[in-house]
Design a protein around this ligand. Structure first.
Ligand code: 5AD
Ligand code: SF4
Length: 471
């Protein structure tokens, strides 16, 4: 009798944003259809894939570090190594020259070819050849509309409603790694939302590099998010990210009035200086951004706002940084992701403007802004003391299985003692807040192992940053 061929085991690691997490779900789906089996155990894998991010240098360095760890594994046994996503796209020449251990490169629009590329690489290894498989072309049409993502269990499901970006912010590599903007068919999205609800997910996060420019026939993003939020069983719908330049009133109306659309908006600011906003090609001014925030808060004062800021962009003077600092101070976001400018190859900024703010000055500015925002976040979170907050239960807190963890409507983490409050993942429970740090609300009774004394602002931003980036 012929021995049954053993399955090929694949280990997939994901770096970067939510869009990459979503893409990994597409990759798992496409590869499982082709007979591949996924494993969490790197040691057991015949194929190791890394879905990569190219947005800043540190994301890039992380991938290089992982690659060099694989060198040893590859010397010990037959192994196919694949780099997927934005780095594969952007650094195709460099990655293959520098890292001969890579067998397969597949950019964000090439995942359908991945099973074939991997099988070819395996065959080539068996034959003692070392042929590489590359698929890095960008597409104007690929939306993977017919691929059902292989989602992990949980309360949240992502749907990418569009791919690519046409904004060409001068610092940003995304238009080069993910290509032109294209919107996915809304009927398919709503159908997928229904399936997601039937599977028991309670929350959907709609993803796109700039959701405001979603267009499909007569559908815009406001119409789409309303249709998704109307799907029975879906309790919460979030989206990320809109661009401040073309925030449609209809979307604001939908956020303000639909009971299932979360009262939360991530609105990347980047800088408070008009000169820098111009150089960044953001196409709004400090005044216009403030007017938008004002409009949002006038409509509903309970909308939770978060933002992204870049410090040390090309030519940023002390005074220009101060404009950003003062704007962040004035607008009092609930949270902010604060980044040092990191020059990326191919971008407009890399081609036109010198990266001339020194590293120590970038660090100093990031630290100052970070400290300011940490205090604001602390004060903002303490506004919830003695109020009752509806919380979507996600599971256990990271630090202790005795604590439950969930999110408020505004996406703020809430933690409680499970002995005092019993709940299941997916429940929405009303919890009274008795304490708050700059990142967390504490509900009802003191968490096990911790004192109930009000805690000072804590530095958790690093952790949060990687969790909630918008691409
Ligand atoms: N350097 C630093 N931060 C960047 N971002 C995008 N590109 C860069 C870069 N080259 C930040 C922006 C964006 C967030 C997701 O990442 O603030 O909104
Ligand atoms: Fe597009 Fe966002 Fe990058 Fe600007 S920052 S180019 S909107 S992905």
């Amino acid at each position: 009798m012929k021995a049954k061929p053993t399955a090929t085991h694949v280990h997939l690691e994901t770096f970067g944003c939510q869009m990459n997490e979503y893409d990994s779900e597409l990759v798992r789906s496409l590869m499982k259809q082709d007979g591949f089996v996924f494993t969490d155990d790197r040691e057991r894998a015949d194929v190791i894939l890394m879905n990569t991010c190219a947005i800043r240098e540190n994301a890039h360095n992380k991938v290089y570090k992982h690659l060099s760890e694989l060198r040893k594994l590859k010397q010990q046994r037959p192994l196919v190594v694949g780099v997927l996503g934005c780095m594969a796209q952007n650094l195709k020449e460099e990655l293959t020259d520098v890292q001969p251990l890579i067998d397969v490169l597949a950019g964000p629009d090439a995942y359908r070819q991945l099973p074939m590329l991997i099988r070819n690489a395996m065959l080539s290894q068996e034959e003692g050849l070392d042929q590489k498989g590359f698929a890095v072309d960008l597409s104007e049409y690929e939306t993977y509309h017919d691929v059902i993502p292989d989602r992990l269990d949980g309360v949240n499901a992502w749907i990418a409603v569009m791919r690519g970006c046409d904004n060409f912010c001068s610092f940003c590599v995304v238009p080069y790694t993910r290509g032109r903007e294209r919107s996915r068919d809304p009927e398919g999205i709503v159908q997928e939302a229904r399936r997601i609800a039937e599977q028991g997910f309670k929350q959907i996060t709609l993803l796109g590099q700039n959701v405001n420019s979603y267009r499909y026939g007569d559908w815009d993003f406001a119409k789409l998010i309303t249709a998704v939020a109307d799907v029975p069983g879906i309790e919460r719908v979030r989206f990320t990210s809109p661009h401040p330049k073309d925030f449609p009133p209809s979307l604001l109306e939908a956020v303000a009035s639909h009971p299932h659309i979360c009262k939360q908006i991530h609105l990347p600011l980047q800088s408070g200086s008009d000169r820098l906003l111009g150089l960044m090609n953001r196409t709004y001014t400090n005044k216009e951004y403030r007017a938008l925030v004002d409009r949002i808060r006038t409509l509903r004062s309970d909308i939770v706002l978060s933002t992204d800021v870049i410090c040390g962009f090309c030519g940023e003077s002390d005074e220009e940084f101060s404009e950003t600092y003062r704007l962040v101070e004035e607008l009092r976001f609930h949270s902010a992701f604060i980044f040092k400018y990191s020059e990326r190859k191919h971008t407009i900024a890399a081609r036109r403007f010198p990266d001339d703010v020194s590293e120590p000055i970038k660090t100093e500015r990031v630290t100052r802004l970070f400290n300011l925002q940490r205090n604001i976040s602390y004060e903002r979170n303490r506004e919830y003391l003695k109020t009752t907050v509806p919380v979507l239960v996600e599971g256990n807190a990271k630090r202790s299985a005795e604590q439950g963890m969930g999110k408020s409507d505004g996406n703020i983490t809430v933690i409680w003692n499970k002995r005092a409050i019993s709940s299941q993942p997916g429940d929405i429970v009303s919890l009274a807040i008795y304490d708050a740090s700059s990142t967390t609300l504490y509900a009802e009774s003191p968490p096990v192992h911790e004192s109930s004394a009000p805690r000072p602002p804590q530095n958790h931003f690093g952790k949060l940053r990687s969790k909630t980036e918008h691409f």
